[in-house]
Design a protein around this ligand. Structure first.
Ligand code: ADE
Length: 248
């Protein structure tokens, strides 16, 4: 739970989407499902279609200037956001950041997840079709974020990816706070290889150093493995790591 002004509060995720059942199902399973039950986090999905003023329930239309595909219209998106915003501010909380998930955004990474995990409320706006009318984005969006240089059919999966990465950093969500601290990217290195029982499987033996009981030796071996792995798989991260440990 997050501590603000001496009070414990949970972190609240709000998702503006055309497919609420998709995000609710995906985010209420496993660790996040348990975190919701234990009230470390809350997750609500708001169906943008419920807010359209169109009598046929339409939320999209052709783009001005021509071009293929349809665009989500400003009105239903704006009104869905207003409903969420009013609920947040009625609690006395600040409106908080509104993240539009889009391939045109800044690329998401672990540090961003850490920074966003300190917020009390985060609202995610999921686009579909060819995107969303720019005018409503200008009015409500504080951040535009992409999960990588590829294009998906909608913003739900990217929003779920980001919420998972952020929520697991909220205190209490993971049982063992260690595991959020020691894993890949936490110190700019990829995680070392890990082994469980049995000691020999398919003729492969667990590295003997892991059985020696000397924690300092195990830690040194793990760091070495992390460095080797990072150098082989992510030369960009390795270069940054070398600069950090040996500044010019
Ligand atoms: N919507 C479609 N593709 C996306 C991506 N790569 N990141 C964020 N939102 C998206």
């Amino acid at each position: 739970m997050l501590e603000r002004n001496g009070y414990l509060t949970m972190m609240n995720f709000h998702i503006l989407t055309l497919f609420p059942e998709m995000v609710m199902q995906g985010l209420h399973t496993s660790i996040l499902g348990r975190a919701v039950e234990r009230e470390y986090i809350s997750i609500e999905a708001v169906n943008i279609r419920d807010y359209t003023l169109d009598k046929h329930g339409k939320v999209d239309d052709y783009t001005y200037g021509g071009g293929a595909g349809m665009l989500m219209q400003a009105q239903p998106v704006y009104d869905a956001w207003r409903a969420v915003s009013e609920r947040i501010t009625a609690r006395g909380a600040a409106q908080g950041r509104v993240i539009y998930v889009t391939p045109q955004g800044k690329t998401f990474h672990q540090k961003m997840a850490q920074e966003l995990a300190g917020e009390e409320d985060l609202t995610f706006l999921c686009g579909h079709y060819e995107g969303i009318d720019e005018r409503v984005l200008e009015e409500i969006v504080t951040d535009e974020i992409s999960i990588g240089d590829y294009v998906l059919t909608g913003g739900e999966l990217p929003a779920m990816v980001m919420i998972d990465a952020i929520a697991r950093l909220v205190p209490g969500v993971l049982h063992n706070t260690d595991s959020a601290m020691t894993e890949s990217f936490c110190d700019g290195l990829l995680e070392y290889p890990q082994y469980s029982r049995p000691e020999i499987w398919h003729d492969k033996r667990v590295p003997p150093i892991l059985l020696c009981g000397d924690h300092a030796k195990v830690d040194a071996w793990r760091l070495e493995q992390s460095v080797i792995r990072t150098r082989e798989r992510r030369p960009d991260l390795y270069e940054a790591y070398c600069k950090r440990i040996q500044p010019l």
